[in-house]
Design a binder for this molecule. Structure first.
Ligand SMILES: [Zn+2]
Ligand SMILES: [Zn+2]
Length: 144
């Protein structure tokens, strides 16, 4: 079991996992805008592994591809906690920086590195992709 939560502490969640789930980093401009930071860290988990408590609210939007994105946000401090997407049913992307054990994260891949802030030096052995990673290759990296 791993736990995490928002900045104000009112919204908490637990992940029914044995160990740190696979994490990747996205350097696209949308992720920079949304996080207010250089990139996002996404932990990939089964949606049914999440239990949560607190004043969690939803923000839904339709992406240009037509997929429905459903973002879960603390209703008090508006920290974004996790999201699901109609294009990948049953899978949730947890904002890995909200995990209590975020100091143990070792990202397995970096995507959209063509939009990476230039001061960031990626570690040598970690796969990096100019844009989105091909799904089969990406899945193999995350599941290994
Ligand atoms: Zn909060
Ligand atoms: Zn992104």
């Amino acid at each position: 079991m791993m736990e995490g939560g928002c900045r104000c502490g009112e919204s908490r969640y637990a992940l029914a996992v044995e160990a740190m789930p696979p994490v990747y980093c996205c350097h696209c401009l949308d992720c920079q805008s949304w996080s207010g930071s250089a990139f996002t860290e996404q932990a990939v988990v089964r949606e049914d592994a999440i239990t949560a408590s607190g004043p969690i609210i939803d923000y839904r939007f339709t992406s240009p591809s037509g997929a429905q994105s459903w973002q879960r946000v603390c209703g008090t401090c508006h920290t974004r906690l996790w999201n699901t997407n109609s294009a990948r049913p049953g899978i949730a992307m947890v904002r890995a920086g909200t995990l209590d054990a975020s100091d143990t994260i070792e990202p397995r891949a970096h995507i959209w590195v063509k939009r990476k802030q230039p001061w960031i030096a990626l570690p040598g052995g970690t796969p990096a992709f100019e844009e989105s990673a091909p799904l089969a290759e990406f899945t193999a990296i995350l599941l290994r």
